[in-house]
Design a protein around this ligand. Structure first.
Ligand SMILES: [Zn+2]
Ligand SMILES: [Zn+2]
Length: 137
């Protein structure tokens, strides 16, 4: 007999462990690849529902970049710098920005703003260098 509960907890543990160790905001595709190494019979659908479960429980959070859902362990409120060329996401912590964004949010009428997440878009150092080299050649 398969211990269903154990298997379920196992999936959750593997996914949240993976996110704790990989701070580069992996996509479902990347998470699936990793989990499949450990649990070869897992389906992508199960990975999706496990991710949704962990989000609902507040253990992890979702960041959407260019229409792709990415995941990270739940942490203190923070913001993201996103490279528009390679899609790399870097965490930015700024108490100043968080409280300012919340202050702006509180002025929105008829809406109870609880949190905010600012995304900065631009080019990372590597992509900028690659672009510069391309222009030179
Ligand atoms: Zn880049
Ligand atoms: Zn983040």
């Amino acid at each position: 007999m398969v211990n269903y509960d154990f298997r379920l907890t196992n999936q959750r543990a593997i996914i949240s462990e993976y996110l704790k160790e990989n701070h580069d905001h992996p996509s479902v595709e990347e998470i699936f690849k990793h989990v499949k190494n450990k649990l070869p019979r897992i389906s992508k659908k199960t990975v999706y529902s496990t991710l949704h479960f962990l989000c609902d429980e507040g253990l992890i959070q979702e960041v959407e970049v260019k229409g792709v859902q990415r995941y990270e362990p739940r942490s203190d409120p923070h913001h993201h710098v996103i490279c528009r060329a390679c899609g790399k996401i870097i965490d930015i912590e700024s108490e100043e920005l968080s409280s300012h964004a919340l202050r702006v949010g509180k002025q929105i009428g008829d809406f109870d703003v609880e949190s905010s997440n600012v995304h900065f878009y631009g080019m990372c150092k590597e992509c900028k260098e690659a672009e510069r080299n391309e222009r030179r050649s």
